[in-house]
Ligand binder design. Structure first.
Ligand code: AKB
Length: 315
């Protein structure tokens, strides 16, 4: 059975990834680590250790003591936060990734880390963005993500490390809220719809971005981890997406369930500029062809599930 170590386990993806991995591989086989300790299912449901990913020595010791065969490096600062603290973002995003890659090389582990639609920039084709295309991002987060994609390719080509990864779009879930991202509005809107019956979007109407519901994102991670390496032409940074919408379309989807819901706009120039530099919709066909990537949720199906799960959570 795989033994997996996860960094950033209390983050938006990590919080649910841990539950999924523990159910697939057994609770004792998944070591969750995070810079914070917060009483939760993640810290109580199996092995948990506090880890600052810039501390390479401790990362190595934890991976070695646990006997981990797979490293899933999820700790990172998201786009808007990275833009307001670029130096900190560089140190955390690149330092953490380098440490995780090095520890994986030293201990001969399989390696997974997510890239993002943020790895694209204004000169990238905006619609049906191909798997292999121009990448000149204009944000610190994007610079980190492109460098990360290249590093993962480098570790595979140079050292034969089994690196794998996807480019995630905005991820929407009812368990942990994202923090410091540009696509966060598409999560906030569901909370506010239930709590206040209205939402003021910091992203302008007409701004399209790719999105995916968390259960599809988690399944994609597990499917790529288990994929036959012979079939992987790309290995890292696979485009994956389930839908592309603008704020008015998610509002319309919510209105179908809550007819009194109202949407307003108060655009945040910094996050709007980031969103404007990203693609409208990316093409996931390489992931589909190489490891059978697929999704189950479109916008309306996700809205129905989000609202029902959140209703239970908030009551
Ligand atoms: C963000 O908005 O920063 C993230 C992402 C798309 O990488 N959700």
């Amino acid at each position: 059975m795989k033994k997996i170590m996860v960094t950033g386990a209390l983050g938006q993806i990590g919080s649910e990834l841990i539950t999924k991995l523990r159910s697939e591989y057994g609770a004792d086989n998944v070591l969750a680590t995070d810079i914070r300790h917060k009483d939760s299912e993640v810290t109580a449901g199996g092995p948990f250790e506090v880890l600052d990913v810039t501390d390479a020595k401790r990362m190595h010791a934890l991976a070695k003591d646990f006997g981990a065969g797979t490293m899933m490096h999820m700790a990172a600062l998201l786009s808007a936060k990275a833009e307001s603290e670029p130096l900190f973002a560089w140190n955390l995003n690149m330092g953490g990734l380098m440490n995780a890659l090095e520890v994986s090389r030293e201990l001969d582990m399989q390696f997974f880390t997510p890239s993002s639609i943020g790895a694209f920039g204004p000169s990238t084709p905006k619609k049906d963005t191909p798997q292999d295309t121009l990448q000149r991002p204009t944000t610190m987060y994007g610079v980190n993500k492109v460098a990360g994609e290249l590093l993962c390719d480098y570790y595979y080509n140079r050292f034969g490390l089994d690196t794998r990864g996807v480019r995630f779009p905005g991820l929407i879930s009812y368990v942990a809220q994202p923090g410091g991202g540009t696509t966060d509005y598409a999560v906030d809107i569901y909370y506010k719809a239930l709590q206040e019956g209205k939402y003021t979007s910091f992203i302008a109407e007409g701004t399209y971005m790719d999105m995916m519901y968390m259960p599809d994102a988690l399944q994609a991670i597990v499917d790529l981890l288990e994929a036959d390496p012979e079939k992987l032409i790309h290995r890292n940074a696979f485009n994956v997406t389930a839908m592309s919408f603008d704020p008015s379309q998610i509002a319309a989807s919510i209105k179908k369930q809550i007819p009194t819901f109202e949407m307003a706009y108060d655009v945040d120039p910094m996050r709007q500029a980031i969103a404007d530099s990203w693609p409208d919709s990316i093409d996931p066909s390489a992931a589909m062809a190489e490891w059978g990537f697929k999704t189950n949720y479109d916008l309306d199906k996700m809205t129905i599930d989000m609202l029902s799960k959140l209703r239970t959570k908030l009551n």
